[in-house]
Design a protein around this ligand. Structure first.
Ligand code: SAM
Length: 321
C-alpha cells in the first residue's frame, strides 16, 4: 500500500470507526508514521474530532465496547510518542467507562457523496432467533453494485426480499431514480427496526422522491394477490441463501415472481450471497435448475465504497426463466 497523506489517514479512521471495522485493520501503521513526524497531539486530536467527538458519534454511536477499545488503542499509540498526556483522550475514555452497554448500536456508512447513512443494529450477530438485526457483507456488496448500476433501478418498482435492517435498500433509494421500493422481511422485530432505520435515513434525506413501503412477506406463504399488488420490475436480495431449510421456498417464490410479468416484461432478479458453506450454495443452484430457472454469475468489478471484511467469497447471480 502506498503512502497515505495525513488527510487520508484521518478519513480512513473515520470511515472504519463509524462502520465498526475490525480494529486491527485500521491504518495504525500509517498513524504511527504520522505521529513521529510532527505535532502528534494535534494529529490525535484531529482523529478524535472525526470519530468519538464527532456529531454523528454523539447522536448515533458505535457500540460502547468498540469505542472503548478504539480509544484505548489511540491512547497507547499517543503515549508511545508524546511527552505530555492528552487530557481529551482520557476524558473521552473516562466517560465511556461509566456508561452501560446496550444491545443496540449504530453503524454509519458514508456514500460517495459524503452523506452518511446511520443504521441501528444489534451488537450481537444473531439475536432474538434472527440474523436480520445486523448488516451482512453481501448487503454492502449489493449496495456498492447498485451505486455503480443506478440505470438498472431507474423508473422501476423494486422489491427486496429479506431486507433485514435495510442497508441495501436505503442506499438504492438514496442513489437511484426509482419509482417505488418495497422492503420486505418476515420477522417482527426486524420489520420494526427496518421501519425505524428507513424513517431515520430516508426522511428529509434529500433523496429522490420514490415511494417506499415495508411489507411483511414470508417466502413460504406469499399470496398471489400480494404478488400481483407488488408488480415488481426488479427483485433483489442479499444474504438470503444460508439456511438449507428455506432454499426450496425461496426458489419457488423467485420462480413465481419471474412468471409474474409486469407490462409483458419478466422482472430482473439479482441475488447476492456470501458463500459461507459451498454445499448450501450448491443446493441453491441445484434448486434453481430443478425449478427450470437459469442463472448467470455477475462478474462486474465493483468499486469499494464501504469498509467490510472481504475475506469471504461473495457471488451475485442474475436469475432468468
Ligand atoms: C442474513 S439476513 C440478511 C439481511 C440483509 N439482507 C443483509 O444482508 O444484511 C437474512 C434475512 O432474511 C430474512 N428471512 C429469512 N427467512 C425468511 C423467510 N422465510 N421469509 C422472509 N424473510 C426471511 C431474515 O428475517 C433476515 O432479515
Amino acid at each position: 500500500m502506498g503512502h497515505k497523506t495525513r488527510k487520508e489517514v484521518i478519513h480512513s479512521f473515520q470511515v472504519n470507526f463509524f462502520a465498526m471495522g475490525i480494529l486491527n485493520t485500521l491504518p495504525w501503521d500509517s498513524l504511527d508514521k504520522e505521529l513521529t513526524t510532527s505535532k502528534p497531539s494535534e494529529f490525535i486530536m484531529d482523529i478524535l474530532q472525526k470519530t468519538c467527538l464527532h456529531a454523528i458519534c454523539l447522536k448515533n454511536p458505535p457500540s460502547l465496547k468498540y469505542r472503548r477499545r478504539f480509544l484505548t488503542e489511540l491512547i497507547k499509540r499517543h503515549e508511545m510518542v508524546a511527552a505530555e498526556p492528552l487530557d481529551e483522550l482520557y476524558e473521552a475514555l473516562g466517560e465511556l467507562m461509566c456508561a452501560q452497554e446496550e444491545d443496540v448500536c449504530y453503524k454509519t456508512y458514508f456514500l460517495p457523496t459524503g452523506d452518511a447513512v446511520s443504521l441501528a443494529e444489534n451488537v450481537a450477530l444473531i439475536a432474538q432467533g434472527t440474523t436480520g438485526l445486523v448488516t451482512w457483507e453481501a448487503a454492502l456488496y449489493l449496495a456498492e453494485w447498485a451505486l455503480e448500476n443506478t440505470h438498472i433501478f431507474k423508473n422501476k418498482t423494486v422489491l427486496e426480499l429479506g431486507s433485514g435492517i435495510g442497508l441495501t435498500g436505503i442506499v438504492v433509494c438514496r442513489s437511484s431514480s426509482l419509482t417505488k421500493y418495497i422492503f420486505s422481511d418476515c420477522h417482527q422485530t426486524v420489520l420494526q427496526r427496518l421501519k425505524d432505520n428507513i424513517t431515520n435515513c430516508l426522511t428529509n434525506s434529500g433523496s429522490n422522491s420514490a415511494s417506499v413501503s415495508v411489507e411483511e412477506l414470508h417466502w413460504e406463504n406469499v399470496s398471489d394477490e400480494q404478488l400481483q399488488r407488488i408488480q415488481a420490475n426488479t427483485i433483489i436480495a442479499a444474504d438470503v441463501v444460508y439456511d438449507p431449510e428455506t432454499i426450496a421456498c425461496l426458489v419457488k417464490l423467485l420462480s413465481r415472481l419471474l412468471n409474474c410479468k409486469v407490462q409483458e416484461n419478466q422482472p430482473d432478479v439479482y441475488i447476492a450471497s456470501t458463500v459461507r458453506n459451498p454445499q448450501t450454495y450448491d443446493c441453491f443452484k441445484e434448486e434453481l435448475e430443478r425449478a427450470g430457472l437459469r442463472y448467470v454469475i455477475m462478474k462486474d468489478s465493483v468499486a469499494q465504497v464501504f469498509p467490510y471484511n472481504r475475506a469471504s467469497t461473495i457471488e451475485m447471480v442474475k436469475i432468468y426463466v
